[in-house]
Design a protein. Structure first.
Length: 136
């Protein structure tokens, strides 16, 4: 199972001729061929929805967001995720790698649901104990 980071959602929403769009589509096709199920988190959805709110083309961008999200199951930040969040946050401080809350919550959802995290920003997540991270 794979949890799609916000970078994946953004790149999926790009035009087909953009190299990042082609790369992420190819990676997702490989995952689907292997029988992986694709998920994202409510936190990723929230981050993804910021772009349209900043755009002069809000309506068009919201349609793009809805199109991308329509085929992806969304996992919630639940009580188990909150416990894992606290563990990750404390561990990262102790390791000298403090993280932003959104990335920590995304990692917590992935770990709580036994998900691999697919992201373009592997550096944001590489020090989290137990989290499998795949780049594209």
């Amino acid at each position: 199972m794979a949890l799609l980071d916000t970078t994946v959602l953004v790149d999926l929403g790009r035009r087909g001729e953009v190299p990042m769009h082609r790369r992420v589509r190819s990676t997702l096709q490989e995952l689907l061929t292997r029988g992986e199920n694709l998920f994202t988190s409510r936190i990723n959805e929230a981050e993804f929805r910021v772009g349209p709110e900043m755009s002069d083309q809000r309506r068009r961008e919201l349609q793009r967001v809805e199109r991308v999200l329509s085929g992806i199951a969304i996992l919630e930040f639940d009580a188990q995720s909150a416990r894992v969040f606290a563990i990750i946050k404390a561990a990262m401080f102790k390791l000298g790698h403090p993280m932003g809350d959104c990335d920590t919550m995304i990692a917590a959802v992935a770990l709580s649901n036994d998900q691999m995290l697919l992201t373009r920003n592997t550096r944001h997540f590489e020090h989290i104990p137990g989290l499998t991270v795949q780049g594209y």
